[in-house]
Write a protein that binds this ligand. Structure first.
Ligand SMILES: [Fe+2]
Length: 375
């Protein structure tokens, strides 16, 4: 008997309402699921709950084989195994794109009886996952002969259809995540290239941006800022002096004291950096941070002479990292001033020039956690 037979009958009103309420919750759970394992677990548990069955399986189509990805009650007999489509009821369901409803497996020629003798199964329903182009099947087992009603088949098919949508969503989400990772990598590489270009122009400060980026991120992490904000501040740090591309190398690397005009020209680098990045997608926030990295709390910074909270928190942290790195690094025209001198400068101007929270976080790192400037 190779036709699907649906037993006539219906749920009682109370059971119908209860099943619909549960089904609604299951559909919500499935639409929020993050991976295939979660989908399979939800389906497996809800089948037993909704249909009061004794077991369930979740089979995936894998290179023309039925892969028993998840199995409840028959396990460990079939879980993780693959069977040819022709000898498996899940294969029949996928090939025919319709449910199989079997009251007694010992009376149905589609069932490979020898494979089932070791199991408790007597009655079953199996439905395809994604009816028009099946990607798997869901099975529901009873230990006794069970003439499933059309309602039971419909409930199982709703579960399978929702599982198919959830699996599709997960697949697309994986593609989106992969693309986002590739984009992020491309952004990182671009930032490194820009950083190297800037530092080739300004040989006095080779490696400065990399180190500032690391210190700024360490401070932000110490402040327990969100991971995304810490990454943002790192990216801003890596190219914070990008505006120096517009300043002649002779001025940046001048071995003598700068004139007033030369210094004023160099000071334009934060605004020049901002102008370079402000209209580039993904870089708008970084541009704002870069614009403000030389602002000081008392309004003595540049270019806008912003005060206190007018300065972005990320820019305030970057400023502390910038000063700390500059004072603890060697320059061709002077040796490093040292950790203590740098901390004295920051602590004595804590809350005056530099963000108190950022200075405190760095002080804690240096004094209590053995932190020293990256090399
Ligand atoms: Fe700068």
């Amino acid at each position: 008997m190779n036709e699907t037979i649906l037993k006539e009958g219906a749920f009682s009103t109370d059971r119908y309402i209860s099943i619909m309420e549960k089904l609604l919750l299951v559909v919500q759970e499935l639409s929020a699921s993050k991976d295939l394992t979660q989908v399979m677990n939800i389906v497996r548990h809800s089948i037993r709950d909704l249909l009061e069955s004794d077991g369930a399986t979740f089979v995936l189509l894998d290179n023309d084989m039925c892969y028993y990805a998840e199995e409840d009650a028959i396990s460990p007999l079939w879980k993780g195994k693959r069977f040819p489509m022709d000898i498996c009821i899940s294969g029949w369901v996928m090939k025919n794109k319709i449910p199989a409803v079997i009251k007694d497996i010992y009376q149905d020629e589609r069932i490979p009886i020898d494979a089932y003798r070791k199991t408790f199964v007597r009655g079953l329903i199996a439905v395809p996952i994604r009816t028009h182009d099946p990607i798997g099947a869901i099975g529901c087992y009873w230990a006794d002969n069970h003439a499933a009603s059309p309602e039971e088949v419909r409930v199982l098919q709703v579960l399978a259809d929702t599982a198919a949508i959830a699996m599709g969503n997960i697949h697309f989400q994986e593609i989106i995540d992969e693309k986002a990772q590739q984009l992020e990598k491309a952004v990182e590489n671009t930032l490194q290239v820009i950083s190297n270009i800037v530092e080739q122009k300004d040989l006095y400060t080779s490696g400065h941006q990399q180190r500032v980026a690391k210190i700024a991120m360490d401070i932000a992490t110490e402040l327990k800022w969100e991971k995304e904000t810490c990454e943002m501040i790192y990216r801003a740090g890596i190219i914070h002096d990008i505006g120096k591309i517009g300043i002649p190398s002779e001025t940046l690397s001048k071995p003598a004291k700068l004139t007033f005009y030369e210094y004023e020209f160099i000071k334009t680098h934060s605004e020049q950096g901002y102008n370079m990045l402000k209209n580039i997608p993904f870089f708008e926030q970084i541009a704002e941070i870069i614009l403000e990295h030389h602002e000081r709390l008392d309004g003595s910074g540049y270019p806008r002479k912003l005060k206190g909270d007018e300065i972005l928190p990320e820019a305030r942290v970057l400023a502390v990292a910038d000063v700390f790195e500059a004072m603890t690094s060697h320059r061709p025209y002077r040796p490093a001033l040292g950790l203590e001198v740098a901390m004295d400068e920051l602590i004595s101007n804590r809350g005056i020039l530099y963000c108190a929270n950022a200075v405190d976080a760095l002080t804690d790192l240096v004094r209590n956690k053995g932190y020293h400037a990256p090399v």
